[in-house]
Design a binder for this molecule. Structure first.
Ligand SMILES: [Zn+2]
Length: 129
């Protein structure tokens, strides 16, 4: 797994503080930020969020509900929302990161507590620490 993947999953699993993740993201160069955003759209789809987990994730996101990525999630179907968020301009990237990470965290936690309960072979659910 790449550094990006490990950090995203550690945050989702409460092994790394969201604030630290935001700081890490902030310090990346643009190309890598773009990669992280694209990766998150894939992770969110793989975590199969329900409408409820998307809502809970948005409520949890440390961001104003009037921010663009939140509005996109609330008003569009998941697939369309992710396609739109992926191409947001640079000044929205930080907001896109925290919003998507919060949605992923809720959806992935639900999956770990149900589908993956009792052990699974997902590499990202079996991190060392
Ligand atoms: Zn799993």
């Amino acid at each position: 797994m790449t550094e990006e993947e490990i950090i995203i999953n550690k945050i989702a699993q409460d092994k790394l503080d969201l604030g630290k993740g935001v700081k890490w993201f902030d310090e990346l160069v643009d190309d890598r930020k773009k990669e992280v955003i694209e990766k998150l759209t894939v992770f969110i789809q793989q975590s199969h969020p329900t409408k409820d987990s998307i809502e809970s994730g948005l409520d949890l996101a440390p961001i104003k509900p009037t921010m663009t990525p939140v509005i996109i999630f609330r008003t569009k179907e998941l697939k369309i929302a992710l396609d739109k968020i992926k191409v947001l301009p640079k000044d929205e990237w930080n907001k896109a990161f925290v919003t998507m990470l919060s949605v992923f965290k809720v959806a992935d936690t639900k999956r770990r507590e149900t589908f993956c309960k009792g052990g699974c072979t997902h590499e990202w659910h079996n991190l060392d620490s």
